[in-house]
Design a protein around this ligand. Sequence first.
Ligand code: HAM
Length: 431
Amino acid sequence: MALVTKKLRGTEDVLPAESYRWQFLEEIMREQARVYGFSEIRTPVFENTQLFKRSVGETTDVVQKEMYTFDTKGGESVTLRPEGTAGAARALLEHGVYNDGLPVKASYFVSCYRYEKPQAGRLREFHQFGLEVYGTSKPVADAELICAAASIFERLGIDDLSLEINSIGCPECRKKYHAALKEYFASHEAELCDTCKGRLERNPMRILDCKSKICSGIAKDAPVILDYLCEECEEHFKGVKACLDSAGMKYTVNPRIVRGLDYYTKTVFEFVSGSIGSQSTVCGGGRYDGLIEELGGQPLPSLGFALGMERLLLLLDSKGIEIPKPEACALYVAALGESAEAKAFTLVKDLRDASLHAQYDIVGRGLKAQMKYANKIGALYSLVIGDNEIEENKANLKNMTTGEQVEVTLGEDFVSQFTAIYLDGKTGSPV
Ligand code: HAM
């Protein structure tokens, strides 16, 4: 029979045999979020379109070309979130969380949607882990956030991501910078793509991250923002670098990083890999001191980053870093005959009640097929019970690795007998 449909282009399925990889990463991220003082926020997958236009910016690629936007039956324009920052800021503002004491620190796992051309490391549905800090303008907060991201890579054994930082200033220093960019790009206007021609007047900085080859070629020689920073932004950037230095963080200043979203101010940063192809930015973020006010709140200096889960997995694969497999089934109980099947059911339930991973046959297979299945799922021990075993209330417990067997009784103390043998086996001395 032909499948009704297949997954859409740019989307991925995570199958049961692979999900442990995600869970392992998520576990480390949750743990690092906890020690850095972040609590998780969960927001809707779709929001009013206006939220992303106002925050990400009308002239960005994301808003102009990539959003999944549709009208609801009620006639409202909604958008599947292209990123996590806007929704988190909206929710915290809406619920007055910023009035409850600062800083507020929020972490999240989100699925994101961007209608981009799919390629390795670039999907239309992808997943991010992010951290956001609200209510501080101190450079140490920028450094702390960068350290939090780095701590995740460190725990995963990734030691060759390069950290690139820049400052893209504030609206004050941008005035002079925009004028310089306009002058530069105006001399190339005829060669720019149509979108960038429109950006020339409205937001020339966005030409710097246009994905078109011609525009990015021209952008290579454009003036850089670092030459236009105002005194305050200059001081702030110096402060961030000093804090990173004192934390022993290695970085390079890359004056070409502008990030693709409009809300950024001052510090921006990226963790870039040399081993996953052209979609090399695994993690990106920065300060967005004007965003909360833009969304209708009080001015609230803030900052954050997001890390792409799929790109991180690609990176781990490319480096041959193995993610530990989850614990296999501790015991498979194979049964032959009706009373043995009933016994298998209760034995396994007792084991599970004691938090042990145990399985038995629930599809009606013969004994041979049951043992084949036990092997397939990598069960560490097996127990075969039939009429004799039920009658004698005893059975042989087999270590599936060594083949050794020991007799156990099937009464009330079965779980404690098995647990002792299992734990003993785990410390390296099989039965
Ligand atoms: P972003 O740079 O657009 O920033 O995305 C962050 C990360 O998400 C990227 O570094 C990349 O790993 C991953 N990513 C982005 N697009 C795709 C895609 N099409 N396919 C696969 N992975 C992708 C943001 O989204 C900001 N909200 C980050 C932030 C948080 N800034 C402040 N707070």
